[in-house]
Design a protein around this ligand. Structure first.
Ligand code: C2O
Ligand code: CU
Ligand code: CU
Length: 461
């Protein structure tokens, strides 16, 4: 105790203790930002009284976990491949560093059986995203590998509950087993639809929600193929964001068209009475298809949608349209003699589609040349021309873009990463090339992606 009073000694040790505690807390926080996924095959029941064999997930048991990250906070996701084939994981919609984007050959090597890869990134945007493999993509997604990824904003808009809804089909026979994942003749047209519609791997699930409460429904269409129109019925419900980006003013959740890869955030005011029948439906000629039900329970929380704070816009840079260069892309048929190359990430064996007449059967090595080279920091208008009679949800990795106009319809000025191109539609979208790297650019109907409708854009730093 030389020269230290008892008081100083106590303060000193208190200081040391709190420094130690703070260190422990920081360490725990670093740990809290750690996630682990194990790519696994498993048997799991989807249809009643059946067990579907050889499903695939991001966990040893059950559906893919919902990953929750924080905007602007670094996270690490350790991916271990326990499948007996190679894979790689892509974070759909996240504007992160290219080497963490999870595209085989373009950004990393496939993760082989028994190997692990550590993804580390800081999500710049808040909202509803999802994750999926980008290797043998058709089969791995068909078997179940689509998970939701939520990036939370620091500011709480005031919901009582947050409910992710992973919407997708499976192609199952009545015995609950997988049937052919696609049909080649469909791959050359609109794509092959699933036979069983699910939400969070369940057929028509029931969610019990506190009566009178405010719930944030996060819809993600992670299906291989299906473009649908969705609605929430039987309650007050407003769309507050599309594809992770807040709408300037919310609109009723009545007719929301979502293509594979697209998302919608809906503010739901749960009705007061337990008798209310609230449904998530997909529009269908001859009667809507119910996908999920929401049941009010207990005494009313008496919340009001007007109590919610508006969502903060994401920091996506605004393109300078007066100085933007126009880049043309044609989505259409593949030229003859474009045989797909074999790849450990799988090939369907057909080439039906192309971008600018170049067919890259996604997940395979090559083509070596980008469809276009963009300069970092510059603004561009991408002119997307669909010369086919089928719709294509066109997705760009690494950069978000704003919808400008179309030759077919009036477009809302949305910011997105996936735009649905209708048949024979030409659409202009604008972006700032602010994220350097080689960015995959493809149709999110996976049969199209895997039979040629894939390429990449290079942003040169
Ligand atoms: Cu959702 Cu290239 O991916
Ligand atoms: Cu993506
Ligand atoms: Cu397509």
């Amino acid at each position: 105790m030389l020269g230290l009073s008892r008081r100083e000694f106590l303060l000193g040790s208190a200081g040391t203790l709190s420094a130690f505690a703070a260190g422990g807390f920081a360490a725990r926080q670093a740990q809290a930002a750690e996630h682990a996924l194990t790519l696994s095959s498993l048997d799991h029941g989807i249809l009643p009284d059946t067990v579907t064999k050889a499903m695939m997930s991001f966990a040893a048991y059950g559906p893919p976990p919902v990953l929750r990250l924080k905007q602007g906070q670094k996270t690490a996701i350790e991916v271990t491949n326990a499948l007996d084939e190679a894979s790689v994981v892509h974070w759909h919609g996240l504007r992160i560093a290219n080497r963490m984007d999870g595209v085989p050959y373009l950004t990393q090597n496939p993760i082989e059986t028994g190997q692990a890869f550590r993804y580390e990134f800081t999500p710049p945007d808040a909202g509803t995203f999802w994750y999926h493999p980008h290797c043998n993509t058709l089969e791995q997604i068909a078997r179940g590998m689509t998970g939701m990824l939520i990036v939370e904003d620091g500011e709480d808009p005031g919901f009582d509950k947050d409910l992710p809804l992973n919407i997708r089909d499976f192609r199952l026979g009545s015995d609950g087993q997988f049937i052919d994942f696609y049909k080649p003749r469909n791959a050359a047209r609109g794509g092959t639809l699933g036979t069983v519609s699910t939400v969070n791997w369940q057929v028509e699930p029931d969610f019990e929600l506190e009566a009178g409460s405010l719930v944030r429904l996060r819809l993600a269409v992670t299906d291989l193929t299906r473009v649908g129109t969705y609605a929430v019925e039987g309650a007050q419900a407003l769309v507050i964001a599309l594809d992770s980006n807040p709408l300037p003013s919310p609109v009723p959740a009545a007719d929301i068209t979502l293509a594979p890869g697209q998302r919608a955030d809906i503010a739901l005011r749960v009705p007061d009475g337990e008798a209310a029948d609230v449904r998530l439906v997909r529009r269908k000629s001859g009667g809507d298809k119910v996908l999920a039900r929401f049941r009010p329970a207990g005494a009313s929380a008496r919340r009001d949608l007007r109590e919610l704070k508006p969502l903060n816009p994401n920091p996506v840079p605004e393109a300078d349209l007066n100085n933007a260069e126009v880049l043309d892309f044609v989505f259409g048929w593949s030229p003859e003699g474009n045989a797909p190359r074999p790849s450990i990430c799988g090939s369907l064996g057909y080439t039906f589609w192309s971008i600018n007449r170049i067919a890259w059967t996604g997940d395979a090595p090559g083509p070596l040349d980008p469809l276009a080279t963009l300069k970092q920091g510059k603004s561009y208008i991408l002119r997307l021309r669909n010369e086919s009679p089928n719709a294509h949800p066109i997705h760009l990795h690494g950069v978000s873009f704003r919808l400008l106009n179309s030759n077919k319809r009036k477009l809302p000025p949305l910011v997105t990463d996936t735009a649905l191109l209708l048949k024979e539609e030409t659409m202009d979208v604008a972006l700032v090339a602010d994220n350097p790297g080689d960015w995959a650019f493809h149709c999110h109907v996976i049969e199209h992606q895997k039979t040629g409708l894939t390429g990449f854009l290079r942003i040169e730093g």
